[in-house]
Design a protein around this ligand. Sequence first.
Ligand SMILES: Nc1ncnc2c1ncn2[C@@H]1O[C@H](COP(=O)(O)OP(=O)(O)OP(=O)(O)O)[C@@H](O)[C@H]1O
Length: 790
Amino acid sequence: MSRCGSAILGPCRHIKHKQQKSPEFQITTNNNEAGATRQIELAKEQGYVTGLYERLDLLRARTQKQLDGVLAQGGGGTHQNRSERDSFAGMYSERLARLWAVENGLCFGRLDLTGEKPLYIGRLGLSDDDQARLLIDWRAPVAQPFYRATPAAPMGVTRRRHLQTRGRRVIGVDDDLLDLARLTEADRATLNGEAALLAALDEKRTGRMRDIVATIQAEQDRVIRSDLNGILVVQGGPGTGKTVVALHRAAYLLYTHRERLARRGVLIVGPNLTFLRYIEQVLPSLGETDVLLSTVAELYPGVTAKARESAEAAAIKGSLRMTGVVAKAVQDRQRVPLRPVDIELGRYTLRLDQRTCEAARNRAARSRRPHNQARSVFVRHILNALAKQAAKALGRGMLDEGDLADLREDLRTEPAVKTALNRLWPYLTPQQLLIGLFASHERMTYAGLSANEREALFRQVPRGRGDFWTEADVPLLDEAAELLGDIDPGVLRAAALHAEEEFAAARRAEETERDSELIYAREVLELTGMSDIMDAERFAARHRGDDVHLTTAERAAADRTWAYGHIIVDEAQELSAMAWRMLMRRIPNRSMTIVGDIAQTGSVAGTGSWGQVLDPYAGGRWREETLTVNYRTPVELMAVAADVLRLVGPDLKAPESVRETGEHPWARRIGGTRELGPIVSGEIVEGGRLVVIVPASRAAEFGRAVTSSVTGAVAGPGADALEAPVAVLTVADAKGLEFDGVIVVEPREILDESPRGASDLYVALTRATRRLGVVHTGDLPAVLSRCLGE
Ligand SMILES: Nc1ncnc2c1ncn2[C@@H]1O[C@H](COP(=O)(O)OP(=O)(O)OP(=O)(O)O)[C@@H](O)[C@H]1O
């Protein structure tokens, strides 16, 4: 027992810690007879499981044959024939993928029910040719008692058996006896209620999250099977299974509402790419592949938001006030010129005065259409005025409507008129709008940003197509897209044809014109950029129906206006108000699962309460479930973290750890960075994963110190960080992840470097499944000294 820890074990869960078994589960026999009975049970289960795999092989062979048959028909025939073949081929491929996905752990449980044949529970449902049930899908309603039955409420279950398998071999059975009156001597030989869970929790970490289908706990099962409709918030401390439960919920919802969700798709939003990598194998292992995993940074099609920026800039951009700023920035681009605009047309000069421009602008604004669509109203008004002037100039006096229409058309294609119209009311992509805004103090002032805000947000116009966009820009691009509306693909294509011409014009402009003109020229280039053209092509292709081969997730990812069937948000406390606004646009039916922990909020733009985030969209109509048991962090380590949690909020309650390991956390004072390497080397977990969590402001320095002295160590986020034996990460990068061992470096600096420093330190201290160490140069922060002090 640690100095600080105490064995706080779960409330009324059916599986408890080994040393804390409830009397019902403490029946064990250790003699030879029991060993023999156990072997007999194993052999029986092996027989059944072998039969299931034979059935699975048969179904795979049959489905493969059906798929081969369809593919052998080739690509000929009518459009209808082709489309039917495509959909059959899609259906068989999908079924085949599902049958292959369940190879590992096909069957993991058995339910013995009063007066009925046992039910075997597994990753999918199987029946024989006479439709007799062989295996029940874990998501089916009849499988529910496997996760929910307790001795107090057995739900008709007399025994719940966990089958441990390796490949196709049954290597162990592990029983919960729920109806003790029916206990036989043979039953007593295989009792070991909590073994399956503890075995799963004790395994070394591989850098990838595993599914928990065999050991879902009752409070988690309630969340997984909660109704599809409405917003469900799952609040829970670190390690309570929020992520893993959210993923199983996705699989459950797809199974239960397959048709609805297959059409509209499910989106899972995670905090960063490393995290998505960490969880990406869970759903495929449950046989579900057509789900879109994304970060907020990737939610705007065609934009890769990789650039970094200050926390201050991100916080400004995350605030709801930016809706007004973006709206003003659009207005700013609907200019009324300060002086009349002269348009040279050969021998004639036409003049656009301010009154005409203002009238055209007001008419366009009154149309209430987005900027790019309202442009046609503006253009019509201006062309009318110019046509009348031109008629006069040509000495043609009174013209009828037909003649005027011809004149308007001639003027529309005149380059000088086009240039004038583009300046007065340009077609704008969201990218152009924001690039122009952040590159100009004048525009930012007009949009309502203060001097300090302008200072934080100012960015030069990008020179190339390098990393320009940040994660916090993405909701702003989305906001701008709403206000600007689409640009007609025809216009974009025409613009592309003139790209070369415009490139030259832009270069000339760059040489001769003032700053704002330069920006304008660059924007023209952006407007004619290939990425926009490709999007337009894809858009057109989708409308022609050419995109049938895309999965729902792929189609959804390419379409900013896609409305999903369900959205799951993980680490949801980190999202800014603007990010929520963007997400809510993608889920008009508000069917959402939001998982997170308010105590772990690290982002300055993140949230301090679920009501604050959700009430504007759901008006109080959302429900909350709480997860209370920590499956990751052992008792000994959680005692350290609990002290820090009190710093986050004196009333916050740490989750109860399910395990004790007997391994005590340690703290070591060092003289300098040089000493870090040997300490890290000494903590490497053979065959497991170790993370060194460092203050963000010194990530590069500590990264170098560790990677230069520890073989195989990597610094910074990414797939390598998950796979390497040692990774050096900041708290933000380690959020949501877990490791066998954790070393937290300079906790004082982590506390001090952000207004949410206490939450950050809490997150850092709760990443370990087994070992925790703290390394510091100065004094240990007081909050750690109770458990780690001398
Ligand atoms: N019922 C269970 N059976 C086996 N393992 C479980 C179970 N529930 C949770 N776990 C394991 O506990 C660990 C923590 O789960 P998870 O990462 O989902 O927690 P979390 O609440 O999202 O944590 P955090 O808030 O710190 O990100 C994971 O390894 C997960 O697989």
